[in-house]
Design a protein around this ligand. Sequence first.
Ligand SMILES: Nc1ncnc2c1ncn2[C@@H]1O[C@H](COP(=O)(O)OP(=O)(O)OP(=O)(O)O)[C@@H](O)[C@H]1O
Ligand SMILES: Nc1ncnc2c1ncn2[C@@H]1O[C@H](COP(=O)(O)OP(=O)(O)OP(=O)(O)O)[C@@H](O)[C@H]1O
Ligand SMILES: [Mg+2]
Ligand SMILES: [Mg+2]
Lengths: 227, 227
Amino acid sequence: MIQLRQLCRDFLVGDQTVHALDHLDLSIDKGEYLSVMGPSGSGKSTLLNMLGLLDKPSAGEYLLNGTATSGLKEEQRASLRGGHIGFVFQSYHLIPRLNARENIELPLVLAGIAPKLRQPRVAELLARLDLIDRAEHIPNQLSGGQRQRVAIGRAIVMEPDLLLADEPTGNLDSKSGLEVITLLEELNAGGITLLVVTHDENVGARARRRLHMIDGAISRDWQTDSA
Amino acid sequence: MIQLRQLCRDFLVGDQTVHALDHLDLSIDKGEYLSVMGPSGSGKSTLLNMLGLLDKPSAGEYLLNGTATSGLKEEQRASLRGGHIGFVFQSYHLIPRLNARENIELPLVLAGIAPKLRQPRVAELLARLDLIDRAEHIPNQLSGGQRQRVAIGRAIVMEPDLLLADEPTGNLDSKSGLEVITLLEELNAGGITLLVVTHDENVGARARRRLHMIDGAISRDWQTDSA
Ligand SMILES: Nc1ncnc2c1ncn2[C@@H]1O[C@H](COP(=O)(O)OP(=O)(O)OP(=O)(O)O)[C@@H](O)[C@H]1O
Ligand SMILES: Nc1ncnc2c1ncn2[C@@H]1O[C@H](COP(=O)(O)OP(=O)(O)OP(=O)(O)O)[C@@H](O)[C@H]1O
Ligand SMILES: [Mg+2]
Ligand SMILES: [Mg+2]
């Protein structure tokens, strides 16, 4: 489903070049469940932004279902992102003037789905994410972990083919964190390809396949015996 | 040093009232080292905002060094915050147009401290926080964990009497997280009163005194045998 070949992403800051991704190779099949761990600054978010078509490589290639993404126009990238890729951002990026329910519902609205069809799906997610009592709160009326759960809801409401979660439990207590990971794993069991970036070894160890990154490259790539 | 008496903080959202802090009592002596844990939404950030004079109670009293803070004017509150209280925010609140060095330096600049005196202090912190290579990056050119470390640097650069850290290691790998907690504990060993809100049991267990919060109140308050 996904092939990254000698992928590079450089950032220029003043006269310094940061090699955020450094000749990275990676293959991911449909339906896989991977975790990605590594030191702060090792390139995990940059890798996820690349996979999510939010960023473009400086060199190398990203093939998505056999298509070379470098050849795609911006509308094609946007259409792939909107319809097929769900992204939980490390810093959430919620819409400040929309409440929890509206933030979660937004991808469905943008996809033109009718209110009657949206409502039950959003209600189910609000319940699963323990947000029913906070559905009408806007982001600055929510705790850090509540905002994180809204970001997760928005990423999964369209049941995307590919779900990219950047540290989805970092602001959650262990019980809420477990509920979230369980929910993401259910989606994976239903066929969604799942990548979870995390700093939590307990979370990382649950994946069937694990990656470690150092300095913009994959230093280890192994299968676990997780079910 | 700190006394909270029957402290309440209510938020009104539509016709619903959220009791974010619910008749909370707490005494903290100078130089103590406490950790605060509890479920997402239990009131930890609200408690810290109260202690940091960023928010006011709906009822009850907060006595700081014997002074009733409810009687203070806004300039007195701002002066206490600027001079005596360091705050690591759960969502960092960095200044977008200032780079890492400038964000860390900002409290010293606001305090009127001369460049010659600022420079060595900031350089030392950049080194301790492993940010020397990123000193000229602005926040959107930094990883999540790098931003978190800048927020920590800014909170401690004035060596405040009271240091309030809201989930300071949530976006850090275990090695960077340990470096940060060690740095905060050194400041506490030097006399600074330290409160750390965390979801990480390993971090919470290091404090000499631990609080658990549930539904806006302190459910457990105990001394550990941490050195
Ligand atoms: N827009 C940018 N401009 C310059 N440098 C950048 C930019 N974005 C990221 N970087 C740098 O690239 C490196 C990788 O960043 P990335 O955000 O991918 O790290 P990460 O592994 O997600 O870290 P963390 O665990 O702290 O979130 C970092 O050293 C960062 O400073
Ligand atoms: N400005 C506000 N308006 C309305 N409700 C609020 C506001 N700020 C916080 N709350 C509510 O008060 C409760 C406590 O929030 P707080 O941010 O203190 O929780 P927390 O313990 O820090 O949670 P987390 O671990 O998720 O960061 C939450 O249920 C939240 O929804
Ligand atoms: Mg990151
Ligand atoms: Mg909080």
